[in-house]
Ligand binder design. Structure first.
Ligand SMILES: NC(=O)c1ccc[n+]([C@@H]2O[C@H](COP(=O)([O-])OP(=O)(O)OC[C@H]3O[C@@H](n4cnc5c(N)ncnc54)[C@H](O)[C@@H]3O)[C@@H](O)[C@H]2O)c1
Ligand SMILES: O=P(O)(O)OC[C@H](O)CO
Length: 334
């Protein structure tokens, strides 16, 4: 293919998932422009071809990937803009970007979190803040840890958009030797599910840290799926198969994987770390910490029965000892 006619994809973020996405895209027929907020990290990648902080074993193909510290310049020539910064920092990252810069572009959220101050899904925020129309917005969902992408282990992604043709086109760009991407139209469903599975992973980690076993975790995860279904059916009813990999699959990988940030964070809390010390110890961000506050606040008005979410909220924000909150939760699980 003529290099001039290749689609240009901008990747926004310097963490594990942004690095993994750059690796996936490097396998496909696209040109990549990668933005990181730290100028020293940009210089390091340009010199050594590796991200020094995250997935540092991944070799960046600098013939294909141009690395920048200026976000407006990064997105200027791109057709697709992938956001892969934790939700709590995306407003800050996109501060220099105005609606004009996103005209005619497809904005893709790879973020599994909510905008904390506004309790908004990232796609809603993009639409409200920048006026991007829903048919120009996609979401990357599915059970996929960056660490396994780095190891080229077979993985699956689901691309959601209200415009399924748009989703399918972007899914083709994200399909490579070791990643199979498919399309779906349930944008809110996969987004909310991704937000809530992070809260459940915290609960799994907390109970593991408290020395509960696999029997308990199996019951916790199956109750969690019912909790997610109750919330989704209430807030955004739609015919959907929650046993699909973008829903149940994502819950399972985060609940059981050694690579899960949220489970690791929860495990530290269960073992007695304070929130502050767990955050300091982890170089990575556990989205569930922010998400549980958003979902708790949203649900205060909705009144859906969400005992697992409530237990995690009490532990992280109301200083209820993990052992006490999980002891109460134990009584309501079936
Ligand atoms: N890592 C994965 O396997 C994976 C998979 C799917 C989706 N996601 C989602 O991708 C998003 C990015 O997560 P990640 O795993 O790449 O993050 P990470 O934990 O690997 O890295 C943390 C990121 O946050 C940034 N950051 C930390 N503190 C910051 C601050 N004060 N201001 C601005 N930026 C700050 C860092 O620069 C880095 O880019 C999240 O929404 C996550 O849920 C991650
Ligand atoms: O399992 P976590 O908490 O690292 O989250 C990463 C992804 O969402 C897994 O699909």
């Amino acid at each position: 293919m003529n290099p001039e006619s290749l689609p240009v994809v901008a990747v926004i973020g310097g963490g594990s998932w942004a690095t993994a996405i750059v690796k996936i895209l490097s396998e496909t027929d696209v040109k990549i422009r990668w933005w990181l907020r730290n100028a020293d990290d940009v210089a390091y990648i340009q010199t050594y071809g590796h991200n020094s902080h995250y997935l540092s074993d991944v070799q960046i193909n600098l013939r294909k990937v141009k690395v920048y510290n200026d976000i407006v310049k990064t997105i200027s020539k791109a057709t697709y803009i992938i956001l892969a910064v934790p939700a709590a920092f995306i407003q800050q990252a996109l501060q220099p970007v105005s609606a004009m810069h996103l005209e005619q572009k497809v904005v893709v959220s790879a973020i599994k979190g909510m905008i904390p101050e506004q309790n908004l899904l990232v796609t809603d925020w993009i639409e409200q803040q920048y006026g991007v129309s829903p048919d120009h917005i996609c979401v990357i969902a599915g059970p996929c840890h960056a660490e396994e992408v780095a190891l080229e282990k077979q993985s699956y992604l689901t691309i959601a958009s209200k415009d399924e043709v748009q989703a399918a086109a972007f899914a083709r760009l994200m399909t490579c030797r070791f990643v199979q991407a498919s399309a779906i139209d349930d944008v809110y469903g996969v987004e909310y599910c991704a937000v809530m599975k992070n809260i459940i992973a915290l609960a799994c980690g907390i109970t593991h840290g408290l020395n509960y076993g696999d029997n308990f975790q199996a019951v916790l995860v199956s109750n969690a799926m019912q909790e997610i279904k109750r919330f989704l059916d209430h807030i955004y009813p739609k015919h959907r198969d929650l046993s699909g990999s973008a829903y149940l699959g994502d819950l399972l990988v985060t609940a059981y994987s050694q690579f899960s940030r949220n489970r690791t964070f929860g495990n530290m809390i269960g073992r007695g770390y304070s929130v502050k010390s767990a955050q300091v110890e982890m170089n990575m961000i556990a989205e569930g910490y922010y998400a549980v506050k958003s979902i708790h606040e949203m649900n205060a008005k909705q009144g859906v029965s969400m005992p697992i979410t409530e237990a995690v909220f009490q532990i992280l924000y109301e200083k209820i000892p993990p052992g006490t909150a999980i002891h109460h939760l134990k009584e309501v699980l079936r």
